[in-house]
Design a protein around this ligand. Structure first.
Ligand SMILES: Cc1cc2nc3c(=O)[nH]c(=O)nc-3n(C[C@H](O)[C@H](O)[C@H](O)COP(=O)(O)OP(=O)(O)OC[C@H]3O[C@@H](n4cnc5c(N)ncnc54)[C@H](O)[C@@H]3O)c2cc1C
Length: 403
C-alpha cells in the first residue's frame, strides 16, 4: 500500500519532533502550529499512515464528566467546549459541526464501597458544575425500566456533555489543520533517540536518516514504553487488550441506553440503531504485544453477553454484527496520564498513558503541552499532577473511574 504521507522529511533539523500522529500527536501539532507565539518547525513522524493499529482507530468515542479527580473533569469540560463551536476552534469555516449524542454514562454501584465512591465523585462533579445525578433504586427503575436491578444499590447519571461524540472527525481535522498551518507529517518510524549532555539531540528513522531536534514528544500510544526505552527511561505504560462488540437486539429498548457501566466490569450503550458493548479480558489483564489483536475464546459467550443479558433481559436475543480488539495505553502505576519531561531530560516530553479516555483528553492535553513547550508552563489548566516524576517518587495520582 502506498504511503499516505511522504516518507522523507524536508529538513535535517526540527524544533519539535512528535512521535506518533494519531489523536494526541495531531492535537499537539495543531495547537503548536495554531499558536503565533510558537514559531518553530514541527515534524510529526507516524509509522503507519493508515493508523490501523492505533488506539484512536479502535476507540468507542465517548466523553464523560464522571471522573474521580478534579483535573480530569476539567479536561473533559474543555473537550466539550472544544467541540461545541468546532469550526471556530479549529479555525476553518469548512469544518463541520461535531455530532454528539449526550445520553450520558450510567454508573451502577453493586456494593457499599462502590456507592460511596460514586457519592464522593458526584459531590466533586457537582461542585465543578457537572450535571451528574445520584439515583436510588426507585429513580433507576423509573428512568430505565428495562434494567434488572438485582445486586444494585445506586447509580449516577449525567446527560450534560456526556455520551457519544464524533472523535474521528475531530481527529481528521486536527491533523488536516496542523498540516495546513505548517506542521510536516511523514510516514516513517522512529527507531532511535540520540542524546548527549543530558539532552535529546536527534531521532533516527527506519529509513536511516538522522534528524536533529530541539525536543521530542512521545505520542506513541500503546508503544510509548518502546520510545521511552530508546531514551533510557522506564515508563509503566502497557498495551492492554479491550474488546468491543456491536450487536443488534431482537427487542430494541424503547429509549436510548446510556453508556451503562455494570459492576461486572462490562459496559454497554446505544450505538445508532445498534448497541455497543465492551470489556477487559476474560483472563489476566496484562501487557500484550502491541501487534497482537487476537480475541480470547469465549469473551463474548462467557463474559460479555451473560453480563449484559443479566442486567438488561431484553438483550437475551441479540446478534453480533461487528467486533474488534483495541489496545489501551494503560498506565499500570496509577491509571492516569503521564505528561511533561522527566527530571534530567527536559527536552523529552511524555504525552502517554490515557487508557480509555484519551480521545476526550486530547484537546486539553494538546493545548497544555503546547503551553509547556511555548511558555515553559501550563497556563490554561495546571496539568502538573501528571508529571513523570510522580512515578519515580512513588506518589500515585490515582484516577478511580477508569472503565
Ligand atoms: C477499545 C477502546 C475504547 C476507547 N474508548 C474511548 C472513549 O470512549 N473515549 C475516550 O476518550 N477514549 C477512548 N479510548 C482511548 C483513546 O482512543 C486513546 O486514549 C487515544 O486514541 C490515544 O491516542 P494516542 O494518539 O495517544 O495513541 P494512538 O492512537 O495509539 O496513536 C499512537 C500513534 O503512534 C504511532 N507510533 C508508535 N510508535 C511509533 C514510532 N516508533 N514511530 C512513529 N510512530 C509511532 C502509532 O502508529 C500510532 O498511530 C478507547 C481506546 C480503546 C482501545
Amino acid at each position: 500500500m502506498p504511503a499516505r504521507f511522504d516518507t522523507a522529511p524536508q529538513h535535517r533539523r526540527y524544533d519539535t519532533v512528535i512521535i506518533g500522529g494519531a489523536m494526541m500527536g495531531s492535537a499537539l501539532a495543531f495547537f503548536l502550529a495554531d499558536n503565533p507565539d510558537y514559531d518553530g518547525r514541527i515534524l510529526v513522524v507516524e509509522r503507519d499512515g493508515s493508523y490501523e493499529a492505533s488506539s484512536t482507530a479502535h476507540t468507542n468515542s465517548c466523553m464523560r464528566q464522571q471522573f474521580s479527580n478534579e483535573v480530569n473533569i476539567r479536561i473533559s469540560r474543555f473537550a466539550a467546549e472544544f467541540i461545541r463551536d468546532f469550526p471556530a476552534r479549529i479555525g476553518d469555516d469548512n469544518a463541520p459541526a461535531i455530532h454528539a449524542h449526550h445520553f450520558g454514562y450510567l454508573y451502577l454501584a453493586g456494593d457499599a464501597e462502590a456507592e460511596a465512591a460514586l457519592r464522593s465523585a458526584h459531590a466533586l462533579q457537582t461542585r465543578l458544575g457537572a450535571g451528574t445525578e445520584m439515583l436510588g433504586l426507585d429513580a433507576l427503575a423509573g428512568r430505565f425500566p428495562f434494567l434488572n436491578l438485582d445486586g444494585i444499590r445506586a447509580g449516577s447519571h449525567n446527560t450534560r456533555d456526556e455520551g457519544y461524540w464524533d472523535g474521528g472527525t475531530v481527529f481528521h481535522w486536527l491533523g488536516r489543520r496542523a498540516r495546513a498551518l505548517g506542521a510536516e507529517y511523514i510516514e516513517n518510524e522512529v527507531t532511535g533517540i540520540g542524546q548527549s549532555g543530558g539532552r535529546v539531540q536527534s531521532v533516527t528513522l527506519r529509513s536511516g536518516e538522522r534528524i536533529t531536534c530541539g525536543r521530542v514528544v512521545n505520542c506513541a500510544g500503546p508503544r510509548a514504553s518502546i520510545i521511552a526505552d530508546m531514551a533510557g527511561i522506564s515508563l509503566p505504560v502497557e498495551p492492554r487488550r479491550r474488546y468491543t462488540f456491536i450487536f443488534d437486539a431482537a427487542t430494541p429498548l424503547d429509549r436510548d441506553l446510556p453508556l451503562t457501566v455494570d459492576p461486572s466490569g462490562v459496559h454497554v450503550r446505544s450505538d445508532g440503531g445498534y448497541y455497543l458493548a465492551g470489556c477487559p479480558p476474560l483472563g489476566d489483564d496484562r501487557a500484550m504485544d502491541p501487534d497482537d489483536f487476537s480475541f480470547e475464546d469465549g469473551i463474548w459467550e462467557e463474559k460479555l453477553w451473560p453480563a449484559i443479558a443479566h442486567r438488561i433481559p431484553a438483550f437475551e436475543r441479540v446478534k453480533v454484527v461487528n467486533a474488534w480488539v483495541g489496545h489501551y495505553a494503560y498506565n499500570a502505576f496509577d491509571c492516569n496520564a503521564v505528561l511533561g519531561s522527566p527530571s534530567g531530560l527536559d527536552n523529552f516530553i511524555f504525552m502517554n498513558g490515557f487508557s480509555g479516555h484519551g480521545l476526550q483528553q486530547a484537546p486539553a492535553m494538546g493545548r497544555g503541552v503546547m503551553e509547556l513547550i511555548t511558555y515553559g508552563e501550563y497556563r490554561s489548566l495546571d496539568l502538573s499532577a501528571f508529571s513523570y516524576d510522580r512515578i519515580t517518587g512513588n506518589t500515585p495520582f490515582a484516577e478511580a473511574a477508569v472503565i
